[in-house]
Design a protein around this ligand. Structure first.
Ligand code: GLN
Length: 537
């Protein structure tokens, strides 16, 4: 039997519902259960692909080419299960499907309404494809009280009524603010939030309470009484030093025991094996050294825009037993100032993915010093090489406007498996990039093939432009080797400088596949190179 756990958020946003869901998933997994994590997003965009990273943080790309919410990255990192397109849905997607059907005449004669049409579509989504799983955890985006979340909450309420008794539970994540003048942790906002949930028919089974200090017995009692939950179901969720401490902390607070009890599964429950999480935690808290990596990006004020990247660098640190300090540099700075003083002291420089002209020249200047360039970062590194090594002064990307030297240009055709994908300038922007897993062939003996220990790899892509093969010969003559290509040999996938201690550019996003238990080889190797550099600086 598949059991459902719905996770809602209350009081304020940004409480870390995604991490909480992912950590609970990991704990259930550690008891040998098969888990799936999914997310319902209440906004009207069809997917987050067209949203600004400032608004919504990173767009997480799945193997099957979906642009999804960044929490799917958390799910994947914590459980090791590769997220899929159908693990995330938005209000926009639901309405788009319903309205397409309406135009086709599928509902002929009917009036289309939020209840039952929208709620049914949400339920169909939630219940589909779960046969192989013991637990399906469904996170509802937004905060209880938002107008937008109402159809989702109504749908998950109905699921609780319609599924087998005892197979659905609700967890509410809330905040207990500390008021210094009163010297107390306050329970009232949580009481209000639960009252709101109960007024729409959802009684939470478990309260997960974010707090910066221990919850006193009296406050626990109050929360249990006023929110109508058992005292053992009030789980303390303290602020922690690292997200990878969360599974252990929740376990210590009894969250997984309480979840099993809520399903009536406590008798004979399997013992958890959290040893893997213990060793990750130990490595994070007792590093043997430190390295500093400069990240030269354009959304540096919004760290969520680089979520997977930050995690992948952390994983590289875990692999090498070092703490990775990040030096965030807004690339526009280098358009006015000399990069040297900013970059001399760091042990590695990374130019991440990005879009558009703002800050691009700064990234090109940083690429002269850089060691790793991802996607846009690789494109900027190649433009830099064309300008300063191959003497192509006008080298540029058509992403920024017409140019006589399109070293990076719009991709209009490429192969996806056996299918030819075609795009035209001026086409739709949503969902039309080269998205998802594509294979690359790495040249035998190249540095990148050595790092992967393989000559065929599969990595996730999200880009519209590509390095122009027409410049390959000229650039290779100057030492910038096109070591990785698409299997048909038509698209450049990776570049590297032969005579540089460690300089790699990749057209894909390796950070999306890095996990704490399986640090990505490129990040492990990059941090290893930074470690060597740190001994020299
Ligand atoms: N803007 C570039 C492109 O579309 C790079 C995208 C990225 O870094 N993900 O090709």
């Amino acid at each position: 039997m598949t059991r459902y756990i719905f996770i809602t958020g209350g009081v304020v946003s940004s409480l870390g519902k995604g991490i909480a869901s992912a950590a609970l998933g990991a704990l259930l997994q550690s008891r040998g259960y098969k888990v799936r994590l999914r997310k319902l997003d209440p906004y009207l965009n069809v997917d987050p692909g067209t949203m600004s990273p400032y608004q919504h943080g990173e767009v997480f790309v799945t193997d099957d080419g979906a642009e999804t919410d960044l929490d799917l990255g958390n799910y994947e990192r914590f459980t090791g299960r590769a997220a899929q397109r159908n693990d995330n849905i938005t209000t926009g997607r639901i309405y788009m499907d319903i309205l397409t059907k309406e135009r086709r005449g599928d509902y002929l004669g009917a009036t289309i309404q939020v209840i039952p049409h929208v709620t049914n579509a949400i339920k169909d989504f939630v219940l589909a494809g779960n046969e192989d799983y013991d637990f399906v955890l469904v996170e509802v985006g937004g905060t209880v009280g938002d107008i937008e979340s109402l159809p989702f909450l109504e749908a998950i309420r109905q699921v609780g009524q319609e599924q087998k008794r005892g197979s659905v539970i609700y967890i509410h994540l809330t905040l207990l603010p500390y008021i210094p003048s009163a010297g107390e942790l306050k329970t009232k906002p949580t009481q209000h939030s639960v009252a709101e949930l109960r007024s729409i028919g959802i009684q939470p089974d478990i309260l997960l309470c974010r707090t910066d200090r221990p919850i006193p017995v009296e406050e626990r009692r109050k929360l249990a009484l006023f929110c109508n939950v058992r005292p053992t179901a009030v789980i303390e969720a303290r602020d922690l030093g690292s997200i990878y401490d969360v599974p252990l902390a929740y376990h210590a607070e009894g969250l997984d025991d309480e979840v099993l009890a809520a399903f009536g599964m406590e008798e004979g429950a399997r013992e958890p094996d959290v040893s893997g999480w213990k060793s990750i935690s130990e490595r994070i808290h007792a590093p043997e050294g430190e390295v500093t990596i400069a990240v030269v990006g354009k959304y540096t004020g919004m760290k969520d825009a680089y979520k997977s990247l930050i995690e992948a660098l952390t994983h590289g640190g875990i692999a090498n037993r070092v703490k990775v300090n990040l030096d965030w540099i807004e690339s526009e700075v280098f358009e006015k100032e000399d990069p040297s003083p900013f970059l001399e002291h760091v042990h590695g420089i990374l130019v991440p993915g990005g879009f558009g002209i703002r800050g691009a020249e700064g990234k090109i200047r940083a690429a002269r010093f850089a060691r790793e360039g991802i996607c846009f970062g690789m494109q900027m590194a190649v433009i830099e090489a064309a300008r300063s090594l191959a003497g192509v002064a006008a080298a540029n990307s058509t992403e920024f406007g017409p140019t006589t030297e399109p070293v990076v240009g719009l991709m209009t055709e490429w192969m996806k498996g056996n299918e030819l994908e075609t795009r035209a300038a001026g086409g739709d922007l949503g969902g039309t990039m080269r998205l998802g897993a594509y294979a690359s062939t790495l040249a035998r003996g190249s540095r990148i093939a050595t790092i992967y220990g393989a000559t065929t790899i599969s990595e996730r892509h999200r880009h519209r432009f590509e390095v122009n093969m027409g410049y390959r010969q000229m650039l290779e003559a100057k030492g910038l080797k096109f070591a990785g290509l698409s299997p048909d040999g038509l698209l450049p996938e990776t570049v590297e400088y032969e005579d540089h201690p460690w300089f790699i550019g990749v057209q894909y996003h390796p950070e999306l596949k890095s996990r704490p238990f399986e640090p990505h080889p490129l990040f492990a190797s990059f941090i290893d190179a930074a470690k060597t550099q740190s001994r020299l600086v």
